[in-house]
Design a binder for this molecule. Structure first.
Ligand code: ADP
Ligand code: MG
Length: 733
């Protein structure tokens, strides 16, 4: 009962307000607890023999292979550290293609002959695990008779302790690969793409005279989410099983007053956030900001940026921790892209840049003309990458949940474009017009503005409608969905930019070779070549730059004129992953081979159809077992009331009209439920065909049923409607 859940929620909220807050532990000192439960660099340094530590650092910072004797020493230190903190088990933690994380816990302890238990952990156990993983999706890469998959320790991401009241488990981040070495997870391609990007970026840096030897893509993923009272959550089968509401009329007050955005955070929610953050600090996740988001009961949490790989692990831990801590405060955390129709959806803004091993952010505009030239080179490479691989990037964020966001009028459009801001756009326009050439004096590059003005990084220069925005010293990929593992979108970005840098470096090298011996000043020749290359590249790819309103109808036409892709839904976007140009570049950089890409295509396609199927089945269930009975009950009451009036000699004209309305609505609702149930019997055809059927037949049938259900909801009396409403779920907190 909606009212029953409301009653319970109110009781809980009142109790919390009166005494719950008094039970809160005093605030933690972040400096004291940060990383206390992670096997951080500091711990490694303190606990590992010097040569072992050095060899591990070389592996982490330079990607050098680790030998097994080193692994034994690390395993022992790791086990001792974990056991001292109360750990009994360890797990190889991995990120299969399901999009969530997986873990299987094994005990450190082995029985001894004399009846004791001894903690043991070998280098081999640290480095490699063999989970029984035959049920994870492999997209046909691994038939069950050769079902073995291996987890391989990723030393670049620190192990940490999962504390769970009465247990502590050592969590070891790993990659998951098949018997034949094919990637069965999201981490393996990410690590490979980071290598590819590093190699190409270092090559470019060398041309610019830098001594950097390694470049790391950096990532700061912002997470949007909803917190609602748990009583409401449990009273909604759709939230429990689909993560979003499948029915629900818009409340009289939605988000139009915009009184939520950056408003003060309710006390219980703040307490929940603080505990979530405290847990994350302990395992070394550098949470930085929190605030209210646009929709009621919507919030955001963002970390300091880190290496893309570590950031990805930490992002998964952030989602898991949010969901794990919320119940302690009587709340449920919803990370779905669209839990509530008509309200702002949730995204995951992936801030992305590249940093070299000398501490420079390669997307930071420089202080000298030379530094600026280098900045413009990298910036141009990203613009070129987004244009060249629009389809791939669009695909990387495509899934059923994100279809409710992208292209709807409150999230970035489905068209990939780059927002640069006025100042940088102006600079690129000057480059294109040929303003960039070297001057006689001093051989410096004159690009109209010899030193870039400081680009503003404040909110004033923001364009929330852009799916890919430059924000001062990084790009922000905003089309990523809130439930998504950021690994794959980041992998695609890394690969696309690596390809751009490769192509541009090759061209630059050719241009330089052609001028060799001809020009007096090499510096001048270099500047001229860069200027010419940037001019040419900007000309070719500027169509992807768009600073206007991405929500506007005109942009759809304008983008079509510019020849930009507009892949409106998952089914349209997914085939991009197996486009020849994509396969070619993924194979060239050894990130994924065609089989591995095809596997991902199949898994994503199947996942789409399965998601729609579950949601549609749930709608039929909710229609038949929740909404229809309430509608019939109300119809009966109205019927009795109309009959009573008539029997009393005062027939009610309005009553009869109302009865007709209720009967009509209930009838149509029932008929549409039947129709959807019947449509779901569809079977067979290729996976592509089935996915298209889900999109073209099931999704519209769901929308029609929802519309009727929502009309019924506002007719049925509160005490008869069997589920909490939007008004309750979003505003009672
Ligand atoms: P802004 O106010 O412009 O959004 P913030 O510093 O608040 O800038 O950053 C927002 C997010 O972007 C944070 O998660 C932050 O860690 C991340 N970020 C900042 N610099 C970088 C970078 N160089 N690479 C990747 N992410 C970054
Ligand atoms: Mg943001």
């Amino acid at each position: 009962m909606g009212s029953a859940a409301l009653g319970e929620a109110v009781k809980g909220i009142t109790a919390w307000a009166m005494e719950g807050s008094r039970r809160l532990k005093p605030p933690v000192h972040v400096g004291d607890v940060f990383g206390a439960l992670a096997f951080t660099d500091t711990v490694q340094q303190a606990r590992l023999p010097k040569p072992v530590y050095k060899s591990l650092r070389d592996t982490i910072t330079r990607g050098q292979a680790l030998d097994i004797s080193t692994a034994d020493a690390i395993a022992t230190a790791l086990k001792d550290w974990a056991v001292e903190h109360g750990a009994s088990h360890f797990t190889h933690w991995f990120q299969p293609m399901t999009g969530i994380t997986a873990e299987k816990h094994d005990s450190f302890f082995n029985p001894t002959d004399d009846g004791r238990a001894l903690a043991e952990f070998s280098g081999k156990e640290l480095v490699r695990g063999e989970p029984d993983a035959s049920s994870f999706p492999s997209g046909g890469m691994r038939s069950t008779f050769e079902a073995r998959g291996y987890t391989a320790w990723d030393p670049t991401s620190a192990p940490w302790l999962l504390m769970n009241g009465n247990s502590a488990t050592l969590v070891i981040p790993t990659a998951f690969v098949s018997w034949t070495g094919e990637a069965l997870d999201k981490k393996t391609p990410l690590l490979r793409s980071m290598e590819a990007l590093s190699a190409q970026a270092v090559r470019v840096l060398k041309l610019f005279g830098s001594h950097a030897t390694r470049v790391t893509p950096t990532c700061g993923p912002e997470q949007e989410y909803f917190l609602i009272d748990r009583h409401f959550y449990f009273a909604r089968p759709d939230l429990i099983n689909a993560g979003r509401t499948l029915f629900g009329a818009r409340p009289p007050k939605g988000q139009e007053l915009e009184d939520q955005y950056f408003g003060s955070i309710p006390e219980r929610v703040l307490a929940c956030m603080a505990e979530t953050e405290a847990e994350l600090y302990r395992v070394g996740v550098p949470i930085k900001t929190r605030h209210n988001e646009v929709a009621p009961s919507q919030y955001e949490v963002a970390p300091m940026f880190e290496s893309a790989n570590v950031a990805t692990d930490h992002q998964m831990m952030t989602m898991e921790t949010l969901k794990r801590v919320a119940p302690r405060y009587g709340l449920a955390c919803l990370v779905h892209e669209k839990p509530f129709a008509g309200m702002n959806g949730s995204g995951k803004h992936v801030n992305w840049s590249m940093g070299d091993d000398l501490g420079n952010n390669l997307l930071n505009p420089g202080d000298t003309p030379h530094a600026n030239m280098q900045f413009l080179f990298f910036c141009t490479a990203v613009i070129r990458a987004v244009d060249t691989f629009q389809g791939l990037l669009r695909m990387s964020v495509a899934h059923a949940g994100n279809d409710h966001r992208l292209g709807a009028n409150e999230a970035p459009p489905a068209i990939l474009s780059v927002f640069l801001g006025d100042m940088l756009t102006d600079i690129f326009e000057q480059i294109e017009r040929g303003g960039a050439r070297s001057t006689k004096h001093g051989g410096l590059l004159d690009i109209g503005v010899s030193v870039l003005p400081k680009l503003p990084r404040d909110a004033g220069d923001r364009n929330r409608t852009s799916p890919f925005a430059f924000t001062g010293n990084k790009f922000e990929f905003r089309a990523v969905g809130s439930t998504q593992n950021v690994a794959f979108p980041t992998t695609c970005l890394n690969v696309a930019v690596a390809e751009s840098l490769d192509a541009m470096a090759t061209e630059l090298e050719k241009m330089l070779a052609a001028t060799r011996g001809r020009t007096a000043s090499r510096k001048e020749a270099f500047n001229d070549a860069v200027a010419a290359l940037l001019k040419k590249t900007v000309k070719l790819h500027k169509r992807v730059i768009f600073n206007g309103n991405g929500y506007a109808e005109e942009w759809q036409h304008e983008a079509a004129n510019r020849g930009l892709l507009n892949l409106k839904n998952t089914v349209d976007a997914l085939p991009q992953i197996v486009q020849p140009a994509v396969v070619k570049v993924f194979e060239k950089f050894k990130v994924l081979n065609e089989r591995e890409l095809r596997a991902r295509y199949e898994i994503n396609l199947e996942n789409y159809s399965k998601t729609i199927n579950v949601e549609a089945q749930l709608m039929v269930l909710m229609a038949n077992r929740y909404i229809l009975p309430a509608g019939l009950e109300y119809q009966k009451r109205v019927g009795e009331s109309v009959a009573a009036a008539k029997a009393g000699g005062v027939p009610s004209k309005e009553g009869a009209k109302h009865l007709a309305k209720v009967v009509g609505l209930v009838d149509r609702f029932r008929a549409q439920t039947e129709k959807l149930a019947h449509a779901l019997e569809h079977n067979g055809g290729s996976p592509e065909h089935h996915a298209r059927y889900m999109r073209d037949t099931i999704v519209p049938a769901m929308a029609a049923l929802r519309d009727l259900g929502d009309q019924l909801e506002v007719v049925i009396p509160h005490e008869l409607y069997p589920m909490p409403t939007y008004r309750e779920m979003l505003f009672v907190k």
